[in-house]
Design a protein around this ligand. Sequence first.
Ligand SMILES: Nc1ncnc2c1ncn2[C@@H]1O[C@H](COP(=O)(O)OP(=O)(O)OP(=O)(O)O)[C@@H](O)[C@H]1O
Length: 209
Amino acid sequence: MLHFVEFKKNYGNYPALTISDFNIDAGIYWIKGVNGSGKSTLLKSIAGILAFDGDIVLDGDISIKKEPVAYRRLVNFAEAEPLFPEFLTGMEMVKLFASAKDAQVGQEQYFIESMKMQSYIDRPVGTYSSGMLKKLSLVLAFLGNPMLILLDEPLITIDTESLKILYSWIREYHNKSVSFMLSLHQDLDTDERLEAVKLLVEGQTLSFC
Ligand SMILES: Nc1ncnc2c1ncn2[C@@H]1O[C@H](COP(=O)(O)OP(=O)(O)OP(=O)(O)O)[C@@H](O)[C@H]1O
């Protein structure tokens, strides 16, 4: 599903992450690692938000470097602490992402309703609480027809009812062959029946746990 080829991400002189040749099959992955180990750097690089040396190839032949548009359409990302333009409403953000991700018309309604966001989705994002912002970022990460969804710290900030909904979305999309990479500090809820393979970011590289 994902192949790292001579991947290297430096911040100035600091070599944050080096992954020379690494393959990840389709599935659900739990990215572990201590603070500052490079989990967000990894997810932002896979999402195409950070520049890096080398290449990341999706599904055998879709290179982020050679086919950035096709690649980005298939890889969605929710940041740990999302920041959006404060003057736009939640719905304007949703429409923007739906258009960029070629989402089918009306797809967003299911997500907005199941997360119970109808009462504030038309309000400017600047008026949102941190939990509301987090839920908006999660909705955006499910729009379109992604092959891979990257969720950085998805379990923080949102209430327990919303967490259950998020787990159900992950199960539903996984059943449709969508892969996930979740960076988490806390354990996954074993009652939620998510079979996740553990990956460890340690010593400025990535390995299976
Ligand atoms: N913009 C930046 N400039 C310089 N160094 C950075 C930058 N962003 C991250 N780093 C460094 O890269 C390393 C990895 O950071 P990263 O945010 O990826 O870690 P993380 O595993 O996500 O941490 P946490 O669990 O605390 O969120 C850290 O040493 C950090 O100081």
